[in-house]
Design a protein around this ligand. Structure first.
Ligand code: PMP
Length: 300
């Protein structure tokens, strides 16, 4: 597949309050966000013209900035309007939406109290992170990099800096022929995939790790809500890797990954099954509903 570079496309990007031609959405190389990772972002999906759980994503963007010590200079309503405008400007109804906020170039040192906070929002077609064959189950390696202790990094923020080890883990997994990597945390507990949360089926119950050092994803909470609505038992608990021999199904859940079965994690094997397919199907139906209906059917 030919790669279309992200800086050389037709379309528009919302940038600091204005809709600018895609190729002109540039920033200076001496931006604090680039040098010191003072950036937070979101990953959203629009389905049939409506951005799924836009309120939750927008509130998380603002909260992520506050964790990094800055205030995104727009209201929730302004950011939501900008997300919708950028979809419309690009004539897209089904797309991935990427808001990103970062510290500018007024100061370039560890201390950057007086930098301007910028916000850009782009969108592009991205059918699914794992492509067409994903329902057969993806294959994950186990990463060497560990999710850090929450006193070591701002783990509750969707901060760009946290993705540094994600990219290292995913590149290694890909080099070994896997689709992605499962990350353990610093204690050796199962944490998450590099860009999605993880779930397992044990004895017909849905089990997932406690999100105390990684994102408590919007999709994760949505899937738990759907599962409970289906009378499934949902358990958040410490999961150690050696327990995975007993799990029958595994799947990941995230905005980009949606609900995707996992058939392999390192030495462990799973068979995509009824519980995963049921949750994937219900999630797929939910994302096409209007916000009020989503809130009523799957409160998070
Ligand atoms: N963990 C990581 C590291 C992620 O990047 C994502 C995607 N934002 C998730 C979990 C899942 O979060 P969400 O369901 O809110 O997209």
């Amino acid at each position: 597949m030919a790669l279309v570079p992200f800086d050389d496309r037709d379309g528009f990007i919302w940038f600091d309050g204005a809709m600018v031609p895609w190729r002109e959405a540039k920033l200076h190389v001496l931006s604090h966000g680039l040098h010191y990772a003072s950036a937070v972002f979101e990953g959203e999906r629009a389905y049939s013209g409506t951005i799924f759980r836009l309120r939750a994503h927008t509130e998380r963007l603002i909260a992520s900035g506050r964790i990094l010590g800055f205030e995104v200079p727009y209201t929730v309503e302004q950011i939501e309007a900008a997300c919708r405008q950028v979809l419309a400007a690009n004539n897209l109804t089904d797309a991935y939406v990427r808001p990103i906020a970062w510290r500018g170039s007024e100061m370039l040192a560890v201390s950057a109290q007086h930098t301007r906070i910028h916000l850009a929002i782009a969108c592009w077609p991205w059918p699914n992170m794992f492509g067409e064959a994903r329902m057969k189950g993806v294959r994950l390696g186990i990463a060497d990099w560990k999710r850090p202790h929450p006193e070591t990094a701002p783990t509750a923020s969707k901060a760009a800096g946290l993705y540094m080890i994600g990219t290292l883990a995913k590149h290694k997994a890909e080099a070994e022929g896997f689709d992605d990597a499962l990350m353990l945390d610093w204690r050796g507990q199962v944490a998450e995939e590099t860009g999605a949360n993880i779930f397992f089926v044990f004895d017909g119950e849905v089990h997932t790790p406690i999100p105390d050092c990684f994102l408590n994803g919007i999709t994760r909470r949505t899937v738990m809500s759907i599962a409970r609505h289906n009378q499934m038992k949902v358990v958040e608990r410490v999961i150690m890797p050696d327990e995975l021999t007993r799990a029958t199904e595994a799947f990941v859940a995230g905005t980009a990954a949606e609900v995707t079965p996992v058939r392999e994690i390192g030495p462990y094997r799973f068979t995509p099954g009824d519980i995963t397919f049921r949750l994937a199907k219900d999630y797929e139906a939910l994302v096409h509903m209007q916000p009020a209906e989503v809130e009523a059917r799957a409160p998070i």
